[in-house]
Design a protein around this ligand. Structure first.
Ligand code: FE2
Ligand code: FE2
Length: 222
């Protein structure tokens, strides 16, 4: 695609494809801890397959339409996806609520981000990309509902919630794109290039997702 924003789309889509492909680090331990629950296994297996498919759709688009294949991980990938995320697998298996909350937070953030990107693709008449986002968003809304159902099975006390919030806040750094963001500087620039302001759009979306997640954890068990 000889498109003026091709470089920006490459960087942004590549970062999102990596996040999508890494969700299994959280889904696999959840599957292990719920292995005796038939319905939960079905839902989580479907969820995991969806995320792998999303990563495949995005990397396919990058390859076919933007002539781009990611060859090496970014610094942010090395910290979050190669060290931090794999190291919490044991913790998630022991405390599934941690995994469900983390996924709920990411999914809430992702639907806001995908909506912004879809609008941009529509404006730039990138029909294939727009429909790809639409497909992914549909799945993400389903994931939000299933994570919500899992979370509502748990009750939390105040200490538990403070601990969970701190954990989510740490993972929010992965998508943090504020002025002082350590590793997302280049991504910040490319989002700007696409007309999506990191301060008003990305950071507000992640705060909104964090707040929605905290609110759900505060609600009484159903
Ligand atoms: Fe996804
Ligand atoms: Fe998802």
């Amino acid at each position: 695609m000889p498109h003026p924003d091709a470089a920006a789309w490459r960087r942004v889509l590549s970062a999102i494809a990596t996040s999508e492909s890494m969700e299994h680090h959280v889904l696999q331990p959840l599957l292990l801890s719920y292995s005796s629950h038939h319905e939960a296994v079905r839902v989580l297996t479907q969820h995991s397959a969806d995320e792998q498919r999303h990563a495949g759709l995005l990397t396919g688009y990058l390859r076919e339409s933007l002539s781009f294949t990611k060859m090496k991980p970014t610094k942010s990938d090395q910290i979050f996806y190669h060290v931090l995320l794999p190291s919490i697998r044991f913790l998630v298996k022991k405390r599934p609520l941690l995994g469900f909350s983390l996924l709920y937070f990411y999914e809430l953030f992702s639907v806001q981000l995908y909506a912004q990107l879809r609008k941009k693709a529509e404006k730039q008449k990138l029909v294939e990309l727009e429909s790809l986002f639409r497909q992914i968003e549909k799945d993400e809304f389903r994931h939000i509902e299933s994570m919500k159902t899992f979370i509502q099975q748990y009750s939390t006390d105040r200490i538990h919630r403070v601990w969970l919030s701190a954990f989510l806040w740490l993972f929010r750094l992965d998508i943090h794109m504020g002025k002082y963001a350590l590793y997302n500087r280049s991504l910040r620039k490319q989002f700007r290039r696409l007309g999506i302001d990191p301060d008003t759009v990305i950071n507000k979306s992640s705060w909104r997702a964090l707040t929605q997640c905290r609110d759900l954890l505060r609600r009484p068990m159903q």
